[in-house]
Design a protein around this ligand. Structure first.
Ligand SMILES: Nc1nc2c(c(=O)[nH]1)N[C@H]1C(S)=C(S)[C@@H](COP(=O)(O)O)O[C@H]1N2
Ligand SMILES: [Mo]
Length: 368
């Protein structure tokens, strides 16, 4: 299946989506950028991202799921298929999990050349408290049959990508699907899901890049062969070229970001601040292990920052570092390390789809 899709893609010519370019931003990238917004970096001050500031990524259109007839289907290799209304789901036991979600394409527009797609800069990230039913609870209720290998999640949204008509769908291995913290969420920060975040129900897979957390969830299918859908087998691969099979994208790589200090120039976004003491601050997260350290680079010299405890194992943690800014031009940076020993690269790790670019952020400031 994967091969068929790849052929279709490469049969089409010129600049198809995904093609690396060094040219100016295209009209198509601008359309995507205007539909899908990131989280302004100053919102890193908040432990939970305030409503409306959490990043949004929607491949197609936000589907019309407000209709009263919405049901969730659980089917496939199970003892008993289930069909559940939202009211029925709300009667099941609920959990609340604080989760930092990040788009796997975050940082894509900084790559040289940049792959043509949603042109994220640095801030396709956000943290929310997701409330809902543990997926494992419902899978146990349905009874997963021996021989099941994956669980496929299908959203109500449809479109065409790489020439392939599709509904947005992703799968998880059984082992991940049975984790106690994977949640079918109907609340975000205590309120009903907003339309853009998946109303009435979405999957949230803590620790994985955002593509795994299927919004506008319609059906859950337990399958006995690995899922070959477009968003699983073609998109979301770490590939060197358009033609290698690639490695599937899964967990979030270690990353940190800083609230740019001072005030910005409206158009150029250059930063200006007065001389004297300033508290540098930001957040760090990893889907692979706990954040163990953040260093702040000031004109190339790395200084350890103070780390605060996160709200949960899959939520970002705050870091701070006091700095006495002296007049002149300075370059600030931040670099985090996690418990697997992974830390952020100083140079880009380029790949064909522009996935997992966790290169350190650099902020140039003028101190007056
Ligand atoms: N049904 C559906 N689910 C989806 C998507 C989508 O386009 N359709 N986008 C995915 C991607 S790529 C990301 S990064 C996250 C974004 O979640 P958010 O918009 O709530 O931040 O949703 C994921 N779930
Ligand atoms: Mo994404």
């Amino acid at each position: 299946m994967k091969q068929i899709y790849k052929h279709r893609l490469s049969d089409r010519l010129t600049l198809h989506p995904g093609e690396p370019t060094t040219g100016p931003l295209t009209a198509e990238e601008l359309q995507l950028a205007a539909r899908n917004h990131s989280m302004p970096l100053e919102a890193l001050r908040h432990n939970l991202t305030p409503p409306g500031l959490h990043y949004v990524l929607t491949h197609f259109d936000i589907p019309d799921t407000a209709a009263a007839g919405w049901h969730l289907q659980i089917k496939g290799a199970v003892k008993q298929c289930l069909e559940l209304s939202l009211a029925a789901l709300k009667r099941d036991p609920a959990i609340t999990v604080p989760v930092t979600l990040e788009c796997a394409g975050n940082g894509r527009s900084l790559l040289k050349p940049r792959p043509l797609s949603q042109p994220w800069v640095l801030e396709a990230v956000g943290t929310a408290e997701w409330t809902g039913v543990p997926l494992a609870y419902l899978l146990a209720k349905a009874g997963v049959l021996p021989g099941a290998v994956e669980v496929v999640f299908t959203g109500a949204d449809a479109g065409i990508q790489g020439g392939v008509p599709q509904q947005y769908a992703r799968s998880l291995p059984i082992r991940e699907a049975m984790r106690p913290d994977v949640v079918l969420a109907y609340r975000m920060n205590g309120s009903d899901l907003p339309p853009q975040h998946g109303y009435p129900l979405r999957l949230v897979v803590p620790g994985w890049y955002g593509m795994a957390s299927v919004k506008w969830l319609q059906s859950i299918d337990v399958v006995t062969v690995p899922f070959g859908g477009y968003q699983q087998a073609v998109a979301y691969q770490y590939q060197e070229t358009a033609h290698d099979a690639g490695v599937p994208v899964s967990r979030i790589r270690i990353r940190s970001l800083m609230v740019p200090p001072g005030i910005p120039d409206f158009f150029e976004r250059k930063r200006v601040l007065p001389h004297g003491p300033v508290m540098l601050q930001g957040r760090a997260w990893s889907g692979q292990g706990a954040v163990t350290g953040v260093e702040v680079g000031i004109d190339g010299q790395w200084i350890p920052a103070h780390l605060e405890k996160p709200a949960g194992p899959f939520a970002w943690c705050k870091w701070t570092l006091p700095w006495v800014a002296d007049p002149g031009q300075h370059e600030l940076a931040c670099r985090a390390t996690d418990s697997t020993g992974a830390s952020q690269p100083l140079a880009q790790n380029w790949n064909y789809q522009g996935m997992g670019n966790n290169m350190v952020q650099r902020v140039r400031v003028t101190v007056e």
